[in-house]
Design a protein around this ligand. Structure first.
Ligand SMILES: *[C@@H]1O[C@H](CO)[C@@H](O)[C@H](O)[C@H]1NC(C)=O
Ligand SMILES: [Zn+2]
Length: 381
């Protein structure tokens, strides 16, 4: 009887340990940069807007492969900001239909490789209901997978975006803390767009609106949220991905699209300079050449501004941790990255256990896997 009681008490203590502490309202004294920041629209470091670099974040989601690489080469490779440093772009990449030799090429051109899950499976309720273990396999293990097949340093992989922006409560953020991921860029805000919400950590409770529940409510120290500050479309409605805006200019009207982009940019640039996102899928700009040209013109415009910079998303987190005025930022040396090579291999046919009808081929750097890599077996051993 006594023994049973002890077991029950032990089990209770065990269960208790799994419960994360609820985040409390932010303590501005205790929560200080570089490791902690309360959520808010205040500019990091208390800078004036005119002294604050305006960061522009261009991001693309989903697989990278021969279908979309030419867009990326043409639009992005060799692009420089006005300080002479390479412009950035972040790719949220899922495993399936990804050519890892192209991931290696993007990385070696100084662009940022981030995670978008191994399975990217439907329906989106899978993501809403996913457990810690699911998210560990989708993102924690994907970091290793990406580094392995693309032959890039694991430390270069810092960010993630959950498919369909369907946040999974605390789970993915817990996985981030446990697997060394730095920031999440999955959570839109529609309430804090003017002025816009700056990145913050999850040490304390966030003031961000939860557009697609469940949002994290636990205290998960040191993990950064890079909020997706929504656009406003021509009908006055908000949209977090450009290709999900409803009321847009005619798809063939380059000038109207340029104006549409600049109008949304201006809200940030003449406001509190919170990072401005152009979040999109490649098919959208390759299907509509006028939108592609408008985007290229917009990037050229920003590249010519003295106080605005197209950067990798991870660079924004680095700046927020150590906010310096734009003059100082401009005079800093450019970021560098450790270049790597790719021993190209075409692997297949590979059998897979999640799709018994499919035989897969993979383009990778390094040695071929034995089976098609998937959840629970990210290296295909
Ligand atoms: C997140 O963790 C907090 C604190 O333990 C808890 O109250 C909340 O229910 C959790 N959220 C989800 C969706 O499980
Ligand atoms: Zn996606």
């Amino acid at each position: 009887m006594k023994c049973l009681l002890v077991l029950v008490l032990l089990a209770a203590a065990w269960a208790q340990e799994d419960v994360l502490p609820l985040a409390e309202s932010c303590d501005r004294e205790a929560c200080q940069l570089p490791s902690c920041r309360c959520s808010g629209t205040d500019i990091p470091g208390g800078l004036n807007a005119r002294d604050t670099p305006q960061f522009v974040l261009l991001t693309f989601d989903d697989g990278v492969n021969v279908i979309n690489i030419n867009t990326y080469r043409d639009l992005l490779f060799g692009r420089l900001n006005s300080n002479g440093c390479p412009a950035g772009t972040t790719f949220y990449i899922n495993h399936e239909y990804t050519d890892y030799t192209i991931v290696n090429e993007l990385y070696n051109n100084g662009l940022e490789i981030a995670l978008h899950s191994i399975s990217h499976q439907t329906p989106d309720t899978y993501w809403k209901e996913a457990t810690y273990d699911d998210m560990k396999m989708e993102f924690g293990e994907q970091r290793h997978q990406m580094s392995h097949f693309a032959n890039i340093p694991i430390d270069a992989i810092k960010g993630l975006r959950i498919p369909f922006l369907q946040v999974t409560g605390n789970a993915s953020f817990q996985v981030m803390a446990d697997y060394g991921l730095v920031y999440d860029c999955s959570m839109p805000t529609v309430n804090q767009i003017n002025p816009g919400l700056w990145p913050y950590t999850l040490d304390y409770a966030s003031t961000q609106d939860c557009v697609i529940p469940e949002c994290p409510t636990a205290s998960i120290p040191g993990v950064w949220v890079l909020p997706m500050v929504s656009w406003i479309d021509l009908g006055g409605f908000t949209c977090s991905m450009v290709d999900s805006c409803f009321s847009v200019p005619p798809l063939t009207d380059e000038d109207a699209w340029f104006e549409f982009i600049v109008t949304n940019f201006e809200r940030h640039y003449s406001g509190n300079r919170s990072p401005f996102g152009f979040y999109v899928h490649e098919w959208y700009i390759s299907s509509y050449p006028a939108i592609y040209r408008a985007l290229a013109r917009f990037l050229d415009m920003v590249n010519n501004l003295q106080d605005a910079f197209v950067v990798n998303s991870a660079e924004v987190i680095d700046w927020v941790k150590d906010p310096v005025p734009v003059n100082e930022y401009r005079s800093r040396p450019c970021r560098t990255w450790q270049t790597t090579t790719c021993q190209r291999q075409s692997c297949g046919p590979l059998s897979s256990y999640h799709n018994i009808w499919g035989a897969y081929w993979m383009q990778i750097c390094n040695a071929c896997p034995n089976t098609y890599p998937w959840l629970g077996n990210p290296l295909g051993q």
